[in-house]
Design a protein around this ligand. Structure first.
Ligand code: GLN
Ligand code: ZN
Length: 752
């Protein structure tokens, strides 16, 4: 009786993405969008049913984000959206419009999924809106599928929220509990038998207050006639188990893949008589399970079999749908992989073997699984001696730059000659449908390489001209040749494979196709030099070369689990170092090594942080070590809070760092106020996730806010992040306002 914590929703062909985007462009009606959503839900329920999954979820679907769904369910929409209603309000909270900012967005734990942060107030009134969970439950029921209803639990919901008045969101628990209770009554009335409460927040070093909150919550919420299951994931949750053990809940979900210490809680659960939802199939990675090992693991757990429910480690939201469309993937590599639907089969098989049932037709699957695990250990496709030896014998100058940052910067300023408050962008410019079509045509062989290159160069020329006209100081080529900042590089590296259809939702309608790092990594040939040098040839202004850093490459990839992760990071770092050297040799004087996902790889438990930071910093430094003192290294980070890692950011030793700042209401500035940072910083002056065009006045205010924290000599002016999701009609006026605002502030500083 296998259990799936949650199923992805974007569709195996990204149907939801395309339907959403059409709807937003006004090309289809709400009705048509709803039809697509309904079809997807039905399909996903049926897949799970056919695969023999017993515990199937409803309400794991979302038009945009499950946290926004919870905001709606709890009636927690912020005041500023109250002029709107229904689906319009929903999408404006997610995406913003001319009159509204979007809700802030941030990482869902250490995944590459992003959720929207509820904005609460200490005196707010919640009100239940149960429509969505109810409808989806009934919809499944009409198809003959009895689902559990997934809700984000109150402690996690509040822990992931912010308040606009600085109060602790957790203080709102007494106000939300009655709403959850009322929800239970409503669900019960509709015939729901089981509710899953996701409570992953407490795997991150839970506070005493959170622990008390979870106990209080689940004394109140469970309701006769419905079973309440509390699931945790991504780390161990021993403290949570302790709190829940004498509450009236029916079962607890533990992630044994990413939280090995969870084993320590099994006996306690066994004694309590509650069910253990045993997360053994990895919901975060794509390697085939070693079925025999998983079965053995389950058998050794100190708990009766009838108390155990075999489960995924977390929602399958974080892995692609199916290998069924992978026609080009090397057959060996493919045999080492399991996406969502293949994981369903693994679950079924593990469950059967664990319970000593006939495996019947699954015999073949078991044989294939054994073979895959064998070949993976010995395959020559994986092991590359040259890469291993190079890494084992690094010289000091290959590990880090030799001159200190504060000494390098004056040399760079002189060579590059940029003014005070230099303006730049983060790299990408609009990815129009024209650009995407061009890349697609090239990929499908419809146009020649010559034609492709000529067209890309035309776009680069346009982009450089636009930036010159606007008057930016350090230019970029625009990244038109890139579909995605990680995929683009992954495709040119050895040891990295690509699926054709392995899409994973990043946020809303955005998906990424993470590279699959299956073997030792190296860079056979230059990856960006032709584009960047072409762009540089068009202008006298410095052209910033644009690379993705080793930490981000791994954090946004599916990483092999058969080699120490530190070695994989450093192999990647060497591959990027080769590119830095080549760009520099080709005359490029500014190189940005993006580490957008630096923070996201952080371990959830503080006990593991130092080790992560050490490896991440060492890897970044290896990747930039070839840069001479006069070559200016930029890095860029976004999506997360950086307030607590200033010393680590400093240790990365980049000359200039640009960080997403505006999107989170300038909270980041606080971190710099308290930290004596001596290198240069671009604290993003406007959020790029919304089509809203910031006015010159707003931008002046933003720059002035930053000047209260940074000396003018160290401050760069740039948007929060790359502009690829925006349109030229938005980008040109926004950047023009940014440059005008900068000039205005500059002129006043100079006068002072
Ligand atoms: N250089 C990349 C871009 O501008 C950085 C993207 C990111 O930080 N997510 O698109
Ligand atoms: Zn960014």
């Amino acid at each position: 009786m296998p259990y799936v914590v949650g199923y992805p929703r974007i569709g195996e062909k990204r149907e939801l993405k395309f339907a959403l985007e059409k709807y937003w462009r006004g090309e289809t009606s709400l009705n048509e969008l709803e039809e697509v959503a309904k079809e997807l839900r039905a399909r996903h329920w049926n897949y799970q049913k056919e695969a023999g999954i017993e515990y199937i979820s409803s309400n794991d679907f979302s038009y945009y984000d499950q946290m926004i769904d919870m905001i709606v369910m709890l009636g927690a929409e912020p005041q500023e959206y109250k002029d709107l209603e229904g689906i319009d309000r929903y999408f404006v909270m997610a995406r913003g419009d001319q009159n509204h900012k979007a809700l802030p967005m941030t990482k869902w734990f250490n995944t590459n999924y992003h959720y929207f942060v509820p904005q609460l107030r200490k005196d707010m009134e919640f009100a239940l809106n149960l429509q969505k969970p109810l409808n989806e439950f009934k919809e499944a029921k009409a198809l003959g599928i009895e689902t559990k209803v997934n809700l984000i639990g109150p402690v996690t919901f509040l822990s992931l929220s912010r308040t606009i008045d600085g109060s602790d969101p957790l203080d709102l628990l007494p106000r939300v509990l009655p709403i959850y209770k009322e929800a239970m009554e409503g669900l019960k009335e509709a015939g729901v038998k089981m509710v899953q409460f996701d409570e992953p927040a407490l795997v991150k070093d839970p506070t005493q207050k959170q622990l008390e909150a979870i106990k209080q919550a689940y004394k109140v919420i469970p309701t006769k006639g419905i079973e309440s299951y509390i699931v945790t994931y991504f780390e161990h949750a021993n403290e949570v188990v302790e709190q829940l053990i004498d509450t009236p809940i029916s079962g607890i979900g533990l992630d044994f893949v990413h939280g090995p210490k969870n084993i320590q809680s099994v006996e306690e659960i066994a004694k309590s008589g509650k069910k253990l939802i045993a997360g053994v199939v990895d919901g975060r990675n794509i390697w085939v399970s070693d079925i025999d090992k998983k079965v053995q693991f389950l058998q050794e757990l100190p708990i009766e079999k009838d108390q155990v429910i075999v489960s995924t480690s977390c929602s399958l939201l974080h892995v692609p749908y199916t290998l069924a469309y992978e026609k080009k993937l090397d057959s060996n590599i493919k045999s080492w992989l399991a996406f969502t639907n293949e994981k369903l089969a693994e679950l079924r098989l593990i469950d059967k073997l664990y319970r000593g049932k006939e495996i019947g037709e699954d015999r073949e699957l078991l044989e294939a699984n054994k073979a895959a695990n064998e070949t993976r250990k010995s395959s020559l496709q994986i092991h590359n001696k040259a890469v291993q030896e190079r890494l084992a014998n690094l010289k000091p100058e290959e590990k880090e730059r030799q001159m200190r940052g504060e000494e390098r910067l004056p040399l760079q300023r002189e060579i590059l000659g940029y003014p005070m408050l230099p303006t730049t962008t983060i790299g990408s410019f609009p990815q129009t449908s024209e650009v995407r079509k061009l890349r697609r045509d090239y990929k499908e062989g419809k146009i020649s390489q010559e034609e492709y290159k000529a067209k890309i160069k035309e776009m680069i020329r346009y982009c450089v001209n636009v930036q010159e006209d606007i008057g930016l100081d350090v230019l970029v080529h625009g990244e038109f040749e890139r579909n995605d900042m990680v995929e683009y590089f992954g495709q040119m590296l050895s040891g990295v494979a690509f699926s054709e259809n392995g899409w994973v939702q990043s946020y809303g309608s955005r998906c990424v196709k993470p590279p699959i790092i299956y073997g030792d990594v190296s860079r056979p040939a230059p990856m960006t030099v032709e584009w960047i040098t072409y762009a540089q040839s068009l202008t006298d202004k410095p052209m910033k070369g644009m690379l993705t850093g080793p930490v981000t490459m791994l954090n946004w990839s599916f990483v092999r689990d058969d080699l120490d992760r530190e070695l994989v990071y450093k192999q990647m770092a060497l591959a990027i170092a080769d590119e830095v050297r080549d760009l520099q040799d080709a005359g490029i004087k500014v190189i940005q090594v993006d580490e957008a996902a630096f923070k996201e790889g952080y371990p959830l438990r503080s006990e593991n942080r130092n080790e992560y930071e050490r490896v991440a910093v060492e890897s970044f430094k290896i990747s930039t070590a070839p840069a001479r003192p006069k070559t200016q290294i930029h890095t860029h980070m976004c999506y997360s809070d950086f307030n607590d890692i200033m010393p680590t950011i400093d240790a990365m030793d980049a000359d200039v760092i640009s960080i997403e700042t505006a999107r989170n209401g300038n909270r980041l500035l606080e971190a710099f106020r308290n930290y004596h940072y001596k290198k240069e910083v671009g604290a993003g002056v406007y959020d790029i996730h919304s089509p809203r065009i910031p006015s010159k006045e707003e931008l002046i205010a933003q720059i002035e806010d930053r000047l209260k924290v940074f000396p003018a000599r160290l401050l760069w002016i740039n948007p929060d992040c790359g502009l690829k999701t925006r349109r030229w009609e938005e980008v040109i006026p926004a950047l023009t306002n940014m440059v005008e605002a900068t000039k205005d502030v500059r002129s006043r500083i100079v006068k002072l």
